[in-house]
Each structure stands twice: as C-alpha cells, then as structure tokens.
Design a binder for this molecule. Structure first.
Ligand SMILES: [Zn+2]
Length: 98
C-alpha cells in the first residue's frame, strides 16, 4: 500500500517498508515505467510501475514526483502546490512523460 502526503511517500508491502521524505530527495528522474529518486546524494531509489498493483496509484505517484521535482514537461512551469492533472500555464497533462 502506497500513500503520498505533503511530507513524502510511505510504502508497505509483505516484503518491506519504505519511508521517503520529500526533503531528503535531491533529484528525480522519470520515464513512462520508472521513477528514480536520489536521496541525500546517495544512490537512486528506483520505483517501477510493476511495483504498483493499482494503475491509478502509479499515476498519482508519478504526478506527485513531477509536481515536486520536475515541473511541467512542456513549459517548465513550477508545479509545486498544484493539484490539477494539467499544467495551469500551458494545459499539458502533468503525467505526459516521453
Ligand atoms: Zn506547462
């Protein structure tokens, strides 16, 4: 089960528990199937779409990463604090990643 909050990500499954604070993450890379978060200058923590049972959760997770670390893929607009699924500046879907 994955939960996303203002503070970070919490994941619990039968194998492990992950707690990742947004403030510890320094950089994010994103593709259609993977999200990589760099934590405190250490190795990237990789999340794969296959780790998520529910496609909606995966979508929400990627959208949270894009809002917090990457910004609009179209116009580079800063998406911090936005809740819409599209960029308020150029209208491009936030989850639209090449
Ligand atoms: Zn935009």
């Amino acid at each position: 089960m994955w939960t996303f909050s203002k503070n970070g990500i919490h994941a619990q499954d039968t194998h492990a528990e992950h707690q990742i604070e947004w403030e510890l993450a320094t950089k994010a890379l994103i593709t259609k199937r993977y999200v990589m978060l760099q934590l405190g200058g250490q190795l990237y923590h990789t999340f794969a779409a296959s780790m998520f049972d529910d496609p909606t959760l995966w979508h929400n997770f990627r959208a949270a990463i894009i809002r917090n670390f990457i910004g609009c893929q179209g116009c580079k607009y800063d998406l911090h604090g936005t809740t819409s699924d599209t960029c308020p500046e150029c209208g491009k879907p936030i989850d639209n990643v090449a």
